[in-house]
Design a protein around this ligand. Structure first.
Ligand code: SF4
Length: 339
């Protein structure tokens, strides 16, 4: 059983049942979360009997590393993990000059089924537990030898469809007694699950919320994100306006550019009209081809024209340059070929 599957009360109880003093709880927390030590044996100030009890009953990481791939640029590393029930997930580390980001999975597979996404093509298996989300970060940070500056919930799965475990994870990540990562450096990406956006605004979190928009009307959006037919764009945007009013956190929009699907100048104009009244940023992502993909990556010229129109309109636009596409770790490429 993962030690992270026990809350602090459960851990106190564990110590009590084993006739061990409760001050060990603080020591264990410090080793696991502050020093990122993932092996009880290395916890030098714990007694032999405590280590023995911990080793017999608990694990710090239930994830089994199956494969690590490093992109040629050394800026992206992809980890394939096996969970206790043999299901597989992927986690990605992205290293940039002034930031390190861990991109975590929140589900095994995904129900949303975006047509441009490899994860969506494999269907959905189950939600990840809170400890399975946290373990991804502890493991990758241990490999990196430091905690990342940023966490993004943009790996496999739709985080808002695993709502309770997402919220609990964010609270553990940002708790000063645990990983102490600022909520302002945690981003949750969603295709727009309206009831959960409404709920999220009342959680009193300072995280970044990012809408995977990808189209400026329901017709195109429903084609490329089949799940989006449950939530019309108008309802999503209204929920985001309320979210901003309550949290005062800017909204981020992501838009994957697919040649001749959503990358024309008219699409840029429609996109501008849709989001111009938001305090927001827009991240453009030229499509990363996947196996059996139905789409084409737009030429740099088409991307530039699209981007220039929006910049000229004074939108805060960035373009995500592809990192890790040679190891299928770029946006939308996470895929479990072995399941
Ligand atoms: S892009 Fe995200 S939401 Fe869409 S299918 Fe892939 S993992 Fe799911």
């Amino acid at each position: 059983m993962s030690i992270l599957s026990l809350n602090q009360e459960n851990l106190k109880e564990f110590l009590k049942i084993n006739n061990l003093p409760s001050f060990h709880l603080k020591q264990i927390n410090e080793w696991v979360f502050k020093k990122n030590v993932l092996n009880f044996e290395q916890m030098s100030n714990l007694s032999f009997s405590l280590k023995e009890k911990l080793n017999t009953n608990l694990k710090i990481s239930t994830l089994k590393l199956v494969k690590v791939e490093c992109a040629k640029n050394n800026e992206t590393k992809k980890y394939l993990f096996e969970l206790e029930d043999k299901k597989l997930i992927e986690t990605v580390l992205i290293i940039a000059p002034n930031r390190t980001t861990i991109c975590v999975s929140s589900q095994v597979g995904c129900t949303v089924g975006c047509k441009f996404c490899a994860s969506g093509k494999n269907g959905f298996f189950r939600n990840l537990k809170t400890y399975e989300i946290i373990e991804q970060i502890l493991f990758v940070a241990n490999d990196l030898k430091k905690y990342p500056s940023h966490i993004v919930f943009m790996g496999m799965g739709e985080p808002l469809l695993n709502y309770d475990n997402l919220i609990e994870s964010i609270k553990i990540l940002s708790n000063e007694n645990f990983l102490n990562i600022s909520q302002r450096r945690i981003t949750v990406s969603t295709v727009g699950i309206v009831p959960q956006i409404k709920k999220l605004k009342n959680e009193n979190l300072k995280i970044n919320l990012c809408l995977s928009l990808h189209a400026s009307n329901d017709e195109i959006r429903n084609k490329i994100i089949p799940f989006s037919k449950h939530f019309p764009l108008n309802d999503i945007l209204n929920a985001l306006k309320d979210y901003f009013e309550t949290t005062k956190r800017d909204i981020a929009f992501e838009y994957i550019l697919l040649e001749k699907i959503n990358d024309s100048l008219i699409d840029a104009q429609n996109l501008y009209n849709l989001i111009k009244n938001f305090q927001c940023s827009l991240n453009l992502i030229p499509y990363n081809p996947i196996d059996d993909g139905d789409f084409i990556k737009p030429s740099s010229k088409r991307v530039e024209i699209f981007k220039k129109y929006l910049i000229d309109k004074k939108l805060n636009v960035t373009q995500r340059y592809t990192k890790g596409d040679d190891i299928s770790a770029a946006c939308g490429q996470l895929v479990l070929k072995s399941i």
